[in-house]
Write a protein that binds this ligand. Structure first.
Ligand SMILES: CC(C)(COP(=O)(O)OP(=O)(O)OC[C@H]1O[C@@H](n2cnc3c(N)ncnc32)[C@H](O)[C@@H]1OP(=O)(O)O)[C@@H](O)C(=O)NCCC(=O)NCCS
Length: 168
C-alpha cells in the first residue's frame, strides 16, 4: 500500500446505482433471483476497485453476502458500494443493496456484501494500490471492521492450505 497516495472513499464510491426489477429477474419462489443481485454487486464493486486503484482488478474472494429480506417485481433495487480499506495489492469493497417500493417510497435493506479485489499490472501480477483515508466516523468504522475480516479470511485460507498439505 502506498500511504503517500492514499485516496478518499468518496473518490471511488458508487452511490445509488438503480436497477428496476422485471419479471425475468424472479426465481421460482416469486422473489428476486439472488444470482442476479450477486453479479450486479460484483460488477459495481469491480468499478469501485478499478476507480480506486486505477488498475485492472479481479475478484479474489467474496467472504460475506447476507440476504436479509426478499425483493419482488415492481421494486427498484438501489446499489451503493465503496472501498472500505486497501492493503498491499488488495482492497475490500463493501456493497449495500436496498429495495424501494416505487409507489410508497418505502426502502428496505435487503443485501450487504464484502468482496476482495486484487489489482493486476500489465503482466497480470498483483500491483500495489493506494491506501484509504477515512473521512468520517462511518468510514473509520468500516475501515476497522475490514481489518478484522481480512485477518479472518487470511487465517482461514492459510488453515485450508495447511490441511490440504497435511493430506498430501
Ligand atoms: C488474484 C490472484 C492474481 C492473486 O494471486 P496470488 O498468487 O494469491 O497473489 P498473492 O499471494 O501475491 O496475493 C495477492 C493479494 O491477494 C490477497 N489474497 C490472496 N488470496 C486471498 C483470499 N483467498 N482472500 C482474500 N485475499 C486474498 C493477498 O492477501 C494479497 O493481498 P495484499 O497484497 O493486499 O496483501 C490470483 O489468485 C488469481 O488470479 N485469482 C483468480 C482471479 C479471478 O479470475 N477472479 C474471477 C474473475 S474476475
Amino acid at each position: 500500500m502506498n500511504e503517500r497516495n492514499s485516496r478518499r472513499v468518496r473518490a471511488s464510491a458508487v452511490n445509488e446505482h438503480i436497477y428496476r426489477v422485471f419479471p425475468n429477474d424472479i426465481n421460482s419462489n416469486g422473489t428476486v433471483f439472488g444470482g442476479m443481485v450477486m453479479a450486479t454487486i460484483d460488477r459495481i464493486s469491480l468499478v469501485v476497485a478499478e476507480r480506486h486503484s486505477a488498475e485492472t482488478c479481479v475478484t479474489v474472494s467474496v467472504d460475506e453476502v447476507h440476504f436479509m429480506a426478499p425483493a419482488r417485481t415492481g421494486d427498484t433495487l438501489i446499489f451503493s458500494a465503496a472501498c472500505n480499506r486497501a492493503w498491499g495489492s488488495s482492497m475490500e469493497i463493501g456493497c449495500r443493496v436496498v429495495a424501494e417500493d416505487s409507489r410508497s417510497g418505502e426502502r428496505r435493506h435487503i443485501v450487504s456484501a464484502y468482496s476482495t479485489f486484487v489489482a493486476l499490472d500489465a503482466r497480470h501480477k498483483p500491483v500495489a494500490v493506494p491506501g484509504i483515508e477515512p473521512d468520517c466516523e462511518g468510514e473509520r468504522q468500516r475501515y476497522d471492521e475490514a481489518g478484522v475480516r481480512r485477518e479472518r479470511r487470511l487465517a482461514h485460507a492459510s488453515e485450508i492450505r495447511a490441511l490440504r498439505r497435511s493430506r498430501g
